[in-house]
Write a protein that binds this ligand. Structure first.
Ligand code: SAM
Length: 283
């Protein structure tokens, strides 16, 4: 007998991974949570049937969402992560000595508990003394923050279900307000390849462009996300992602990374023409 996890990437396109066994299945107040084990991708987490991360390719997403802004901001001390209950973004952030405080706002406590148990390679750094976890809606959390953070990382689910509010104009406006005068916000920006995803990506992009003076998009190859071609948003009050890259400083840290490097950092902002056009249409 064969057991397969299948996610519909469009009404007529399916992505499947053969499953060795299901390690966890549960329902929280917000969503269904599953963890599977597989030969090719190792363990993987899905929420409401949507792929969140696999052990094999999570390093790409987490390195790109953390090291790109960290290599640009000259002195990041206080960081806010919204979503990210798997702990992968927190893991990458804790590598930086210069960060003094990491606040993680995750709506679903059960995601964190399940990841600590079944995905210890990502959920490994919640015990770091600089990390505080708040089980709240990120949309509500940022409403009351003012000029507090150097960096905000929006590591959310897709723009439906509990993550919907994290793609609104109100949310981006509040992130702007929550950042210090030279703050940076990065977000997972969805994909531009399939039509429905492209429309959602454009909607989010327009709202970010309306909220921040500097707004750029960068890309990575993430095999288990729809189309494998994923975008990230880089929105900022002062710094530009390439012009203000501190490559010498970042390389001197001596971090061992598997995807990110400072050459790729520059290249990641060079987008395919069809993506540039989709972005231009809403800028
Ligand atoms: N990298 C992943 C992706 O794009 O598929 C996202 C991973 S992470 C597990 C996303 C997290 O965001 C989930 O744990 C979910 O519970 C959380 N989340 C969704 N909506 C939220 C909200 N409004 N406030 C805070 N966290 C939220």
């Amino acid at each position: 007998m064969e057991l397969w996890f299948t996610e519909k990437h469009t009404p007529t396109v399916k992505f499947s991974i053969q499953v060795d066994r299901q390690l966890y299945c549960g329902h929280s107040e917000f969503q269904r949570i599953d963890v599977f084990d597989s030969k090719e991708f190792g363990r993987f987490l899905t929420l409401d049937g949507y792929m969140m991360l696999t052990e094999k390719d999570e390093f790409i997403y987490h390195e790109m969402i953390v090291h790109v802004p960290m290599a640009v901001h000259p002195a990041p001390k206080k960081v806010l992560v919204i979503g990210g209950g798997d702990g992968g973004a927190v893991r990458e952030l804790t590598r930086y000595q210069e960060i003094e405080q990491i606040d993680l706002v995750e709506i679903d406590e059960l995601v964190v508990e399940v990841c600590k148990k079944y995905l210890p390679h990502t959920a490994c750094c919640f015990g770091d003394e600089r990390v505080s976890v708040y089980y709240q809606d990120g949309l509500k959390f940022v409403r009351r923050c003012e000029q507090e953070y150097d960096l905000i990382i929006v590591d959310s689910t897709d723009p439906f279900g509990p993550g919907e509010g994290l793609f609104t104009k109100e949310f981006y406006g509040n992130c702007f307000k929550a950042l210090k005068e030279d703050g940076i916000m990065v977000n997972q920006h969805e994909s531009a390849f399939y039509q429905d995803d492209a429309v959602a990506m454009q909607r989010a992009h327009k709202r970010i462009v309306d909220s921040f003076p500097i707004s750029r998009v960068y890309q990575a190859h993430i095999p288990t996300y729809p189309s494998g071609h994923w975008l990230f948003g880089f929105a900022s009050k002062k710094y530009y992602p390439i012009e203000d890259l501190k490559a010498v400083k970042w390389n001197a840290l001596g971090f061992k990374t598997r995807y990110y490097n400072t050459k790729l950092h520059v290249g990641a902002f060079a987008l395919p023409n069809y993506v540039e056009e989709l972005l231009k249409d809403v800028e």
